[in-house]
Design a protein around this ligand. Sequence first.
Ligand code: COS
Length: 380
Amino acid sequence: MDFTLSEEQLMIQQAARDFAQTELLPGVIERDDAQKFPEEQIKKLGELGFLGMMVDPKYGGSGLDTLSYAIAMEELSKVDASSSVVVSVNNSLVCWGLETFASEEQKQKFLTKLTTGEMIGAFCLSEPEAGSDATSQKTTAIDKGDHYLLNGTKNWITNGSTAGVYLVIAQTDVEKGHKGINALIVEKGTPGFEIGPKENKLGIRGSDTHSLMFNDVKVPKENRIGEDGFGFKFAMKTLSGGRIGIAAQALGIAAGAYELALKYSKERKSFGTEICNHQAIAFKLADMHTEIEAARLLVYKAALDKDNGNNYDLSSAMAKLFASKVAMDTTVEAVQIHGGNGFVKDYHVERLMRDAKITQIYEGTSEIQKIVISRSIIKQ
Ligand code: COS
């Protein structure tokens, strides 16, 4: 087994690391404070090819593998998880979903703009009463011949107000249960489509999260992704890949906090020595380093499963479950190592701690990952 990254992967890692330091770090505290969407940063990420990393160049993508995408996600997330969640949703949920399942016309019309950052996309599955229980969709898409009539509410939608295109999961035929669900492409500005106020969140405060309301929205039939009734499978398959992106984000948040804690522990002195020389701190660093490396291996394994054409439902769920716990544990310890300074915004670790929490919730809570994992191992 070869753990060496290719030259191309190392280049992408360096490019993402440089971008994080030069473009994301300046103003990251202020954006978090003001809940300001990283508009300029996302535009530049689009220009550099980070928004359609795995998409074929014929649609404007970078044509890279999933591992390269995970590596970039780690580096960006070390500094700014509010920006990296936009990268993750756009790459894994929107671009991958469209490239894999949409028609050629849909790809030409939407994908080519989403890969370059001309516009970004949103993925709309969660509802007030259907987050984890995703088959219980209350949003309806009634078949009216040449169009669907869309009604309902979606909650906690990343890129809620900034997206140009929304992939909306909705129930067409209640009798058929999850087999009666469709995925529709809805363009911003379609009459009857309203965007609710921005959510005031604990973490990833720069990312814009909104409720979306659909009131008799006419969606042309040609905007349905795949066959009639494919919507739930579309959501599940897309989320499996999305979980690799979020696992890589969690890994990055953990690694970012660890790097800050390590540096701080070599500078800060107490009882006449740098605090890294106290075993109480040194052992924390040893645990953090080990757990982060284990999380990284799980993330890479899930990415390689996807790249090698293996089923990655299990490996992506394990990567997300583990990496998000490591993110939470590591950031809490990074704040502790920083002591009083850790509680102050200037030192970044308190933000990383707040940002870590969402990785245990979105794209399937840790409890949902355990359902996916346990069902998979019991079935084997
Ligand atoms: N790929 C393809 N198909 C899948 C799938 C996957 N990864 N996971 C499930 N399916 C299919 C099943 O095979 C089943 O289809 P068939 O009846 O044809 O076999 C169908 O989807 C329903 O699956 P299941 O019976 O397992 O549904 P459950 O209601 O038990 O729920 C979970 C399954 C819990 C795994 C699903 O609802 C889920 O992932 N929930 C979390 C959703 C989520 O991530 N929400 C966050 C929103 S995005 S921020």
